[in-house]
Design a protein around this ligand. Structure first.
Ligand code: GAP
Length: 447
């Protein structure tokens, strides 16, 4: 984990929040590379669960919601963790995280546990009184449930269908840590999939497999993922069944995403508290019923950490260590780097033109500082899949070299084919199948 944290800091993926003031516990800022990668994760998710499907639509609901939402959802009553305090040093802990009844910091005696509600409370408007209290949402899901009818009426979707949302959630966690794994402000990618009650089991299995495959398709090693079923005693108050998709993080197996069968709990509760009829009418069977909901709920920040950790690699390289991120091209913050072999004017102008052209398609970096070897290493370390090198011969034959991050193989292609070749390779076309008349060589024997 230390290496990942250090790489993130050094290369501008993630910075401590408010760092010039000494930082704020467990709050992090995504830097120039981090924000690109985070956007790529969200885009890959949206593409898989909304764009490429007929049975899903998206939504973006507000963080502040009517306070009754949280009464109805059960969060005011149930969304709490058992809190204990050390009688000596007064540090506070989650009692269910402790193996014995001693303070992990000083070994002191602990108080009896009491339930601590995890929702952040604030006030709407200029008067701080109980009547104006609102909560920062602890999950994005409720924004979807309360819009179920709106979506049905405006999209004419029929069951089974789902609604997807990406957004911030807030939890006043008693203990945080492991970098961006557990924080008080984080982002979720949630699907609420509405199904006829009698089909809940098959949809539950479907979504567990679908979500596992999403991680694998984006490069996470299968052996670093596992499914863990929740025991009856750990099921959330709304869940009938739940599986965690766990990832083997540096601190051990931990939850990456939860897939829950929420049954009809949420729609029944919101119908009760709002007085609205949230039944669904099935035109084929002429029946009214409350749909069941299958919920795959993923964390953007945890996915970020897992993708980064899984991609991190160190290789011996001519007496040194080559650090590289084997990031899937869809997730890599920079897709292509343009590297002129020299800063000479005619070469620079040529390379800049290429850079301007490629930037219309992808996030591209231009780097002309230091030796070409060092520049390759800099790009390897941030996971850039392809470097395009321009040399003096390029001025004569209008060809450039594409160098691939993982294999370090290189091919020479005509400029007229550069965009289409990169496009194909970024989309996963068999890497380094030679274009007609092209040649391939290893980095050590290059130009
Ligand atoms: N709507 C269901 C729900 O919120 P959850 O298991 O509590 O379920 C879903 O949260 C996902 O949100 C988790 O699998 C995790 O990826 C992410 N998550 C939850 N709490 C988090 C925290 N404190 N910091 C970072 N991510 C968190």
């Amino acid at each position: 984990m230390e290496k990942i944290v250090s790489l993130c800091r050094r290369r501008g993926f993630i910075f401590p929040s408010s760092e010039i003031y000494g930082g704020l516990s467990s709050c992090w800022d995504y830097g120039p590379l981090g924000v690109e990668m985070k956007r790529n994760i969200k885009q890959a998710w949206w593409r898989a669960v909304v764009q490429e499907r007929d049975d899903m639509v998206g939504l973006d609901t507000s963080i502040l919601m009517h306070p009754q939402v949280w009464e109805a959802s059960g969060h005011v009553k149930e969304f709490s963790d058992p809190l204990v305090e050390c009688k000596s040093c007064h540090l506070r802990w989650r009692s269910d995280d402790l193996t014995d009844n001693k303070c992990p910091s000083c070994g002191g005696e602990l108080t009896e546990p009491h339930q601590f509600n995890l929702m952040f409370k604030t006030f709407m408007g200029p008067v701080e009184e109980a009547a104006n209290a609102v909560y920062l949402r602890p999950e994005t899901a409720q924004g979807i449930f309360v819009n179920f009818e709106n979506v049905l009426n405006t999209t004419r979707k029929r069951l089974p269908f789902g609604i997807a949302q990406i957004g911030k959630a807030f939890r006043n966690e008693i203990t945080t840590g492991n970098f961006i794994f557990r924080t008080r402000e984080f982002e979720q990618m949630e699907i609420e999939f509405f199904v006829p009650p009698e089909t809940d089991k098959e949809w539950f299995d479907y979504w567990v497999a679908e979500r596992l495959n999403w991680y694998v398709n984006l490069g996470i090693k299968r052996e670093n993922l596992r499914l863990r079923q929740h025991g009856q005693d750990e099921l959330a108050h709304y869940a009938r069944e739940c599986y965690d998709i766990d990832y083997l993080f540096p601190m051990g197996w931990s939850e990456l995403e939860g897939v829950a069968n929420r049954g009809d709990f949420d729609l029944v509760q919101h119908a009760k508290y709002s007085g609205k009829n949230l039944n669904y009418y099935d035109e084929e069977t002429k029946q009214h019923f409350v749909p069941y909901i299958i919920e795959p709920s993923a964390g953007v920040d945890r996915s970020f950490l897992a993708f980064l950790y899984d991609a991190y690699d160190e290789e011996p390289d001519q007496g040194e260590i080559r650090v590289l991120l084997h990031l899937h091209p869809d997730l890599a913050p920079v897709k292509v780097a343009v590297l002129p072999l020299s800063r000479r004017e005619n070469l620079a102008a040529f390379a800049k033109q290429l850079y301007t052209d490629l930037r219309q398609c992808w996030t591209v970096q231009y780097d002309d500082a230091q030796s070409i070897g060092r520049r390759y290493r800099r790009q390897d370390e941030i996971g850039t899949p392809f470097c395009v090198t321009i040399d003096f011969q390029s001025l004569e034959d209008n060809q450039v070299t594409i160098r691939e991050r993982d294999t370090m193989n290189q091919i020479r292609v005509p400029i007229s084919e550069l965009r289409s070749t990169l496009q194909a390779k970024l989309q996963g076309e068999d890497l380094f199948v030679l274009p007609p008349g092209g040649k391939i060589w290893k980095e050590e024997t290059k130009v």
